[in-house]
Design a protein around this ligand. Structure first.
Ligand code: UD1
Length: 418
């Protein structure tokens, strides 16, 4: 890619990766047919598709090009083993644990893979399921969970973990009695999952709050549900627009899910015009620096942190970044430093001193968000930037080069032999 262009035009945001993967897994909770809409054509959805097939489901994508909808037909008794070769590729696959255990009384799920962003323990998933009566062990790289009967329980999470909240929710909807999850995560993707579960026949109170009360039922039924818009993709476009002093209409996004991020961008000097179907963001000068603290929702998302660093590396002033979720996320700083960014890290803090410009260089994506952070850096760099290992970006962004070209950027995907 060649930097220098001002992003100008409109982009469409579809369903959130971090919701869709969980919704697909939640389909396992009912035998019969579930139809999911607003799906993004990203590689992680393809992997979850394969995983559901391995679990005995029939999975039909109704538009292969855009992967807009998927029909999942779940058997009376799904298979209970999620194999390593699929699970290792995506973190989201851990979310089959709750549904499988609830449906079949047994789950064998390989320990998941996903982004290299730091240690990602599963202790809260296990402790919560154990409180509901499951026995859990880790053997030969597999989580083995068994429960003759899941019972409602009172569970307090040490930290509002997204994945633990999801696994406990999807186990509790078919457990005997009432489960209360305190200090639950309340990301829009959790709300989306709750809404789908309710449409399948679940009883859940406190949706969108940090206390969820779930009363289990005997059986759930299939449903039809559209995934919530991807706030991280929408936030990425917003950061890219501001970094390039552009004018971008982000269609299909919910600005309310990005309140803190957009507020930061306004403080940096941008104009944000919230509309019925998204928002328009415009910037006509060099952004002013702002500090970033990542926190669980409604705090600023850790999944927007590298994109913010890319923007701040060309902002006017110095910014302090505090990363509270994934310590290894700052690996990205070493890459962006290769483009001339002045970023120093110390533990879970980073200081970014804004420069007038970055300089194009060959760099390497290490995870999805680091990858798009480097793309934003490439947009504001002099000359040519080559981002290697773009398969990471494809896990979360639908053909990003097409969207960027549509906004006026000079970018192409190059197949590199070997
Ligand atoms: C999800 C998202 C990821 C996002 C993250 C935080 C998916 C597929 N991924 O990841 O993109 O960055 O939420 O918004 O949805 N933790 C424990 N023990 C546990 C579980 C988590 O210590 O049992 C810690 C983690 O190490 C981390 C923090 O809790 O420091 C938050 O993790 P969590 O919210 O669980 O993130 P994920 O669900 O893995």
């Amino acid at each position: 890619m060649t930097g220098g262009a001002r992003l100008d035009g409109s982009v469409e945001v579809v369903g959130a990766k971090n919701s869709v993967l969980k919704l697909m897994a939640a389909a396992l909770l009912a035998s019969g047919e579930t139809l999911l809409g607003n799906l993004p054509a990203i590689s992680d959805v393809g992997i979850m598709h394969q995983l559901l097939e391995r679990l005995g489901c029939e999975v039909v994508e109704t538009d292969e090009d855009t992967t807009d909808r998927v029909r999942i037909i779940v058997p009376e008794r799904p298979r209970d083993e999620a194999p390593y070769e699929l699970v290792r590729k995506i973190r989201g696959s851990i979310c089959v644990l709750g549904p499988l255990l609830a449906r079949t009384g047994r789950a064998r799920v390989a320990l998941p893979g996903g982004d290299a962003i730091g240690s990602r323990p599963l202790d809260m998933h296990f402790a919560g399921l154990e409180r509901m009566g499951a026995e859990i062990s880790v053997e030969h790289g597999y989580i083995v969970a068994e429960a003759t009967e899941l019972r409602g329980a009172s569970i307090w999470l040490d930290f509002p973990s997204v994945g633990a909240t999801e696994n406990l929710l999807t186990a509790a909807v078919l457990a005997k009695g009432t489960t209360v999850i305190d200090n639950a995560a309340r990301e829009p993707e959790i709300v989306d999952l709750c809404r789908m579960l309710v449409s399948m026949g679940s009883t859940i109170e406190g949706i969108g709050t940090s206390t969820l009360q779930i009363t289990g039922v005997e059986a759930l039924h299939g449903t039809s549900h559209d995934a919530v818009a991807d706030r991280i993709v929408a936030g990425t476009w917003a950061m890219a627009a501001v970094a390039t002093r552009g004018d971008v209409l982000v269609r299909g996004a919910n600005a309310a899910h990005l309140e803190i991020a957009l507020d930061k961008l306004v403080r940096a000097g941008a104009d944000v015009d919230v509309r019925g179907d998204g928002f328009r963001i415009t910037m006509d000068r060099r952004p002013k620096s702002f500090d970033v603290v990542t926190l669980p929702y409604p705090g600023l998302a850790t999944d927007l942190q590298p994109q913010a660093i890319a923007l701040l590396s060309v902002a006017d002033g110095t910014a302090m970044i505090t990363e509270n979720l994934f310590e290894a996320r700052f690996m990205f700083c070493d890459e962006i430093a290769r483009m001339g960014a002045d970023v120093r890290t110390d533990g879970h803090h980073a200081v970014v001193r804004g420069k007038d410009r970055l300089s194009g260089a060959p760099v390497r994506a290490t995870d999805i968000r680091a990858g798009v952070g480097l793309v934003i850096a490439g947009l504001v760099a002099d000359g040519v930037t080559e981002v290697a290992e773009v398969h990471h970006i494809d896990r979360g962004y639908v053909r990003i080069e097409n969207s960027l070209r549509g906004l006026g950027a000079q970018v192409e995907r190059v197949d590199v032999e070997g």
